[in-house]
Design a protein around this ligand. Structure first.
Ligand code: PEP
Ligand code: MG
Length: 561
């Protein structure tokens, strides 16, 4: 058996054969000519056959997909036979340009034209680039880019996954996600947890395994084993039996002695919110509003925004919904708000800071939120991302007041905010710790980089101390303003216990993790959780903090978490 250690980011133990995510298609060299002996007619016919094959393949996949995935596949299939795209390429071929180069250039022109048209058309610009890469792959006889299609379930191996990959990822076909890059806070980790798939990131060498290799994935331990033996098969079978138990949630998060810790959901839109409500989430602790507009080139209107926000509020009538204003920038660029040429986007004009450079957008978003709130029954709280100072918190609170929003708050994800939580909380009504960014900024380690995965874990004692300081700041402020956690840390059941012991009031996570967190939380009393928090804070390293706490929580092993 060959073992590949990585970082476990979503629990579960499964066995399956792997499929590698194909490498991106390289650009055909500029000026590439038709191969000697190939006529323009032959090259054009080959191009048309390739475009037809791409169309047919996407259409067949659309027939088996549902929802957003189906719509994306259907739109892309149509684009593969787009007249302008094919005519543009045929003209170039007639002038002696190779088929691959011709479709590449024609794709660039069509994409640019759509982009300039703006609105809905601009959103199709990326579909053209996807189709162009697929046609080139077909001409080269190599696998198409994107998630491989397969009639049987498989373990997907990739370097890392982008948010756009989720649309075509079918959770019924994919058994687990494994990446050679990515960190615990990367998109792969977030996607895996939201789909309830076991996942391991930063497993160096897995991208060298041939398609079809059978592997065992342990998403809690963070390991991948090729050619698993009988004991690993038994472990996978045992997990399959517990997994169904972990799908149940009673509806109230609490410790063994009844200390309530509301378990809330992180959502990106109305569909997520409906799914979260079905899974028993007690409310929404983080509505990432930027997820509603990731593909937009232009600012959505107040009415359009209000409709998107209302769809989330409506899933939780009478319940708490914490909406975060647009967190554009870094790993979530929004073309109408962020500057893609910044040298260091994670430290750039991101989140609340976009109000410095593009004033007006935040005011209009607050107007839309207030409008949606009036039309719904949810208990709406509104927070700003990337707040660094008490002045910023005060300014945000005054903007909220101006828009008629009653409950302003901030995210604590910059270390300066954790260190000055007392003065920040004097200005607003609540704080929510974004441990993904808090970890990245405390450790000075890009959350998207695989090689930094061991630095980039919220188990780092430095990060836990910043969480503790935020809670202390809220207590010192005196009025008992609530502090929640909405980063991925809350979805780790052992860490959820530690966070509770540190005094955090609510935990917000991908809805699929709620049942597992609830199951572990109810096995400890508040004072035991406080002891475990002390233990974690006293550890000299993240590895020891995690190992020491896990050792005291045998329920984790029993449940395979
Ligand atoms: C965080 O930083 O922890 C967080 C919840 O926000 P995001 O992951 O969207 O940056
Ligand atoms: Mg963040």
């Amino acid at each position: 058996m060959q073992n590949f250690p990585g970082v476990g980011v979503s629990p579960g133990r499964v066995i399956g054969v792997i499929r590698q995510m194909p490498k991106p298609i390289s650009e055909p060299p500029a000026g590439e000519q038709l191969a000697p002996g190939t006529t323009a007619e032959e090259a054009t016919a080959a191009l048309k056959a390739a475009s037809q094959a791409v169309h047919d393949e996407l259409k067949a996949r659309a027939a088996h997909a549902t929802g957003d995935g189906k719509a994306v596949l259907e739109a892309t299939a149509l684009m593969a036979k787009d007249t302008m795209l094919i005519k543009g390429a045929s003209k170039l071929i007639a002038r002696g340009v190779s088929g691959e180069r011709a479709i590449w250039e024609s794709g660039s022109s069509v994409s640019e034209m759509l982009h300039n048209l703006g609105g809905y058309m601009a959103e199709r610009a990326t579909d053209v680039l996807d189709v162009r890469a697929r046609i080139v792959a077909e001409l080269r006889g190599v696998p198409a880019p994107g998630i491989p299609s397969s009639s049987t379930p498989f373990i997907l191996v990739a370097e890392d996954l982008a948010p756009a990959d989720t649309a075509t990822l079918d959770p019924n076909k994919v058994l687990a996600l494994v990446t050679s890059g990515g960190g615990p806070q990367s998109h792969t980790a977030i996607i895996a947890r939201s789909l309830g798939l076991p996942a391991v990131v930063a497993a160096v060498g897995v991208d060298e395994l041939p398609d079809g290799t059978e592997v065992y994935v342990d998403g809690a331990a963070g390991s991948i084993t090729a050619q698993p033996d009988g004991s690993l098969r038994a472990a996978a079978e045992a997990w399959a039996a517990t997994a169904s138990l972990l799908a149940e949630f009673s509806g109230t998060g609490a410790t063994a002695d009844g200390h309530l810790v509301p378990l809330l959901a992180n959502v990106g839109g109305g569909k997520d919110a409906e799914a979260a409500a079905k899974l028993g989430a007690e409310g929404v602790g983080l509505f990432r509003t930027e997820f509603c507009f990731l593909e937009r080139d232009t600012e959505p209107s107040v009415e359009e925004q209000a409709a998107a926000y209302k769809s989330v509020f409506d899933a939780f009538p009478g319940k708490k919904v914490v909406l975060r204003t647009l967190d554009a920038g870094a790993d979530k660029p929004l073309p109408f708000l962020t500057d893609s040429t910044e040298p260091n986007p994670a430290l750039g004009v991101r989140g609340y800071r976009t109000d410095f450079t593009t004033p007006g957008v935040l005011d209009r978003q607050l107007e839309a939120i207030a409008l949606a709130e009036k039309q719904s029954e949810a208990d709406v709280w509104v927070m700003a991302p990337m707040i660094s100072t008490a002045e910023e918190a005060a300014h945000f609170a005054s903007m909220c007041a101006g828009a008629g929003i009653r409950n302003p708050g901030v995210m604590v994800e910059v270390p300066s905010a954790a260190l000055t939580a007392e003065s920040i909380l004097r200005e607003v009504n609540f704080a929510s710790l974004g441990t993904n960014d808090l970890t990245q900024y405390a450790m000075a380690a890009d959350r998207q980089l695989g090689p930094l995965a061991n630095l980039n874990t919220p188990w780092q004692p430095a990060v836990l101390r910043l969480v503790g300081l935020t809670v202390e700041g809220s207590r010192a402020e005196g009025s008992g303003k609530p502090v929640g956690v909405c980063g991925e840390a809350a979805a780790d059941p052992a860490l959820a216990v530690v966070l509770t012991g540190l005094g955090v009031n609510t935990l917000s996570m991908t809805a699929r993790s709620i049942a597992a967190v609830a199951a572990v939380l109810k096995t400890v009393t508040l004072s035991e959780a406080q002891q475990l928090a002390k233990l974690a804070l006293s550890a000299p390293s993240a590895t020891e903090a995690r190992a020491w706490v896990r050792e005291k929580l045998p329920v984790l092993e029993e449940l395979g978490l």
